[in-house]
Design a protein around this ligand. Structure first.
Ligand code: SAH
Length: 396
């Protein structure tokens, strides 16, 4: 970890750190943050095998390609935008964040400044009244494309065309604008209905020499520089070969499965968000990949079905949300009994729980590689590679 020693970036650089709560490790040098994360992974998983040194960033700021800003009004009626104070619905007003893409931050500020002249109101949660609830911006690191999603409480958009024209005049780099309508009393940002107001309604980006299309509701890793390193390591750990069939579970827009596709015979992806599955299918076409199939289903149910059908799978990549894999998924995974399991996680606590389960069912942990996908926050990304000892396979 010596190479990060000099990255002793100034501590407490953010004036709203205390209120926002997003950067839990704000007071640590970058080197200490990495040591802290390394120690956490060692404490959770170190009993199984050696934990490789965490892979950090050379410049651990401005890495977020997705910016989500909540809009609201103060008691005196002023429009504010920013982040929710941790565990509350109070908006901490900010114009920029050390972790966020700068273009995205400046677009949010300009939207806020433009609103009064178009008589657009911000949503007032207390009164359940008003128009704009959130702005979500996604930027393509390689493509430079920018998507702006305006999340509104109602469909009716006063002065819509003039507002969009004014925003595009200020930010010609915006490639698409989408209106998403969220009329529910919910802490979810995006609602069910959406309309494309400008451009094609999605952005594309490049990862590991492949092109990916990303729609507003599809999951996409927020730190693309680290994601490439993460995927490359996952592929290396899997040690794929051209006769193999690979399953990518919790596959999002198909990034991991499609990265693996060129090294194997066949790829099966399962994901439960229909918008992400639609993107994944298009992504296969965009990259001329013909050996990948996509299923829109609960990963656990899908695994159970595969196990029942006695399907043969050589390697499974699993990349679940923070809650980890379901019991049903893990149980069927053991029945399916692939030689190799590469478990990518954004929450090593649930990962440790699931890895424990797999080790009780005959898997051995071979490699562990933590990543810093989220500098300055306490979040940790981690890959665990498991495989079956040869004897355990033949005994079944
Ligand atoms: N591997 C992808 C996505 C990882 S995020 C990537 O690296 O980009 C986890 C994904 O799991 C999300 O796309 C989410 O929509 C999906 N998901 C959540 N619960 C699921 C379930 N029960 N079954 C299938 N997919 C699920």
């Amino acid at each position: 970890m010596d190479k990060y020693k000099k990255k002793n970036i100034k501590k407490s650089f953010c004036p709203v750190a205390g209120k926002c709560g997003g950067c839990q490790l704000q007071n640590m040098s970058y080197e200490r943050q990495l040591a802290f994360k390394q120690a956490k992974v060692v404490s959770l998983l170190g009993k199984y095998t050696h934990v490789n040194d965490i892979i950090g960033m050379d410049n651990p700021v401005k890495y977020r390609n997705k910016v989500q800003s909540a809009f609201g009004v103060t008691r005196s009626g002023k429009i504010i935008s920013g982040v929710y104070q941790s565990s509350t619905h109070n908006i901490v007003s900010i114009d920029s964040c050390m972790l966020e893409n700068e273009t995205a931050d400046s677009i949010v500020v300009d939207i806020r400044k433009l609103m009064p002249s178009f008589k657009l109101t911000a949503y007032d949660e207390r009164r359940e009244r008003g128009f704009l609830r959130h702005v979500l911006i996604r930027t393509g690191r390689v493509s430079g494309e920018v998507m702006v999603v305006l999340v509104t409480a109602v469909q009716r958009f006063p002065s819509k065309n003039n507002f969009i024209k004014a925003l595009l005049d200020l930010h010609p780099e915006i490639t698409t604008i989408v209106q998403n309508i969220n009329d529910k009393f919910t802490s979810m940002v995006l609602g069910d209905k959406q309309t494309v107001l400008y451009g094609n309604g999605y952005i594309t980006d490049e990862l590991c020499s492949l092109t990916f299309r990303i729609s507003p509701k599809s999951f996409y890793q927020i730190n693309p520089e680290q994601t490439q390193k993460l995927y490359n390591k996952a592929m290396e750990f899997a040690g794929l070969n051209e006769d193999e069939t690979v399953l990518d579970a919790y596959s999002g827009i198909g990034t991991i499965g499609l990265c693996a596709s060129k090294s194997v015979k066949n790829v099966i992806c399962v994901e439960n968000n229909p918008e992400a599955v639609r993107d994944a299918k298009i992504n296969a076409k965009l990259n001329n990949i013909e050996n990948a199939q996509f299923y829109c289903m609960d990963a656990g149910e899908f695994m159970t079905q595969l196990a029942k059908e006695n399907e043969h799978v050589d390697a499974v990549f699993t990349d679940p949300p923070r809650a980890g894999c379901s019991k049903e998924f893990l149980n069927s995974l053991c029945e399916l009994s692939p030689d190799k399991v590469v478990y990518i996680s954004c929450n090593p606590e649930t990962q440790a729980r699931d890895v424990f389960y797999l080790t009780k069912r005959g898997y051995k942990v071979r490699k562990i590689q933590p990543f810093d996908q989220f500098p300055y926050t306490s979040h940790i990304e981690n890959i665990v590679m498991l495989s079956k000892p040869k004897e355990a396979k033949t005994n079944e």
